[in-house]
Design a protein around this ligand. Structure first.
Ligand SMILES: *Cc1c(COP(=O)(O)O)cnc(C)c1O
Length: 392
């Protein structure tokens, strides 16, 4: 069974997973316990720093930093989505995506090891790089697209890939890189934040870890931070679990419960948002002031070929460039249905001029647009109007 090895209450969701049910069915049932008369379908959050524990301190729930029943159910649920029908996968939830990412990197790497990171990935990775180097880990980097990772794999302990990459939306061939990494004895972790487990299943593509921020489309309402790691190797996952215990980067029970509740609509949200993202990309493609438009679901996007071989859905993020920083700022100001805010994946559309943060190698007019669940026609009309008004 997926999720925490200590979960012994069974899962009604696992039945849906094992029976080869569709994504919607699995999403609404994921991680639910077997029905108990007079109990809620999804039991509420368990708030406990410690649990009654007479005698020897063994068993599933002892202290709240180690385990919590609300995490167990959420871990079960995410495991059923990341690796349906597999009982060798463990999932651990964390306080944030960065907590999950750091737990893999810092639990797997020792001084003297080498790791390969993307040079165009999530904007906090350069900080992680500096910390790894301070601990004596050799950090090599490669861009997401173009297979340059192959040239720097020799002797590496871990290959970290982010596909599609945030914010550039490049894609790498996970199967191919996994094969090359495993041939050299390296583990592979895939940041699956942008795709969500309904868009891509890295463990099925051969990766050792699927790691993600649950802050984005997985939970989808822009109101909680969360992260997770799903992995197949029991020893490696024991080290990740130990790291969670050491750093205490644990999700609050309320956040974990809200996340589980949100999974029930994951399928609805991703289908709606991703379909609208494609329509938005098609509309933006017609605009003369838009350059560098990227959406992996567009048939002529440079990422599309590989994406279509390994992704089941293409995400809700569209990126493009306006001629100048001033034009981009006027465009963002003029939008009414799209909030000027960072992050992505929520039911309310957001956009930002990515260059305002520094760090990403993007043009000044580069916009990352996260498509929400609004009516596509309303959203496209708002975007087109804002483009016209910003011509100024
Ligand atoms: C947001 C994000 C993270 C970090 O997640 P937090 O929940 O903010 O810690 C990591 N990777 C990617 C690709 C992200 O978009």
């Amino acid at each position: 069974m997926n999720g925490s090895a200590t979960n012994d209450e069974g899962s009604a969701g696992a039945a849906a997973s094992a029976s080869g049910a569709g994504d919607g069915t699995r999403a609404v049932r994921a991680g639910l316990p077997e029905p108990v008369k007079y109990e809620p379908t999804l039991p509420g959050p368990v708030f406990a720093a410690h649990f009654h524990l007479p005698g020897d301190p063994t068993g599933p729930y002892t202290y709240g930093r180690d385990e919590n029943p609300t995490w167990t159910r959420l871990e079960q649920a995410i495991g059923e989505l990341e690796a349906p029908g597999r009982d060798d996968v463990q999932t651990l939830v964390f306080a944030s995506g960065m907590a999950a990412i750091s737990s893999v990197l810092f639990s797997q790497l020792r001084a003297g090891d080498a790791v390969v990171l993307p040079d165009d990935g999530y904007q906090v990775l350069p900080l992680v790089r500096a910390q790894l180097e301070a601990f004596g880990v050799e950090v090599r980097t490669a861009p997401t697209g173009g297979d340059a990772q192959l040239g720097v794999l020799d002797g590496a302990k871990l290959l970290w890939i982010e596909t599609p990459s945030n914010p550039g939306l490049d894609v790498c061939d996970v199967r191919r890189l996994v094969e090359a990494a495993h041939a050299r004895g390296a583990l592979v972790a895939v940041d699956n934040t942008l795709a969500t487990p309904l868009g891509q299943r890295p463990l099925e593509l051969g990766a050792d870890f699927a790691v993600a921020s649950g802050t984005k489309q997985l939970t989808g309402h822009g109101d909680i931070l969360l992260g997770y790691v799903a992995g197949r190797d029991a020893e490696a996952m024991a080290a990740v679990r130990r790291w969670r215990k050491i750093v205490g980067a644990i999700a609050g029970p309320m956040e974990a419960w809200l996340a589980h509740r949100s999974l029930a609509t994951l399928h609805l949200r991703v289908d709606r948002q991703n379909a609208t993202a494609l329509k938005v990309a098609e509309a933006l493609r017609e605009r003369p002031e838009v350059t560098g438009l990227r959406y992996p679901g567009l048939p002529d996007d440079p990422s599309h070929k590989i994406a279509s071989q390994q992704m089941r859905r293409y995400g809700c993020v569209v990126s493009f460039t306006l001629p100048t920083r001033a034009r981009a700022d006027r465009f963002l100001d003029a939008l009414r249905l799209v909030d000027d805010a960072t992050s992505f994946g929520g039911v309310r559309s957001t956009a930002e001029r990515r260059g305002r943060w520094g760090g990403d190698a993007v043009p000044e007019g580069f916009i990352r647009l996260s498509v929400g669940a609004e009516d596509p026609d309303d959203l496209i009309a708002d975007l087109v109007r804002a483009l016209e008004e910003s011509a100024g």
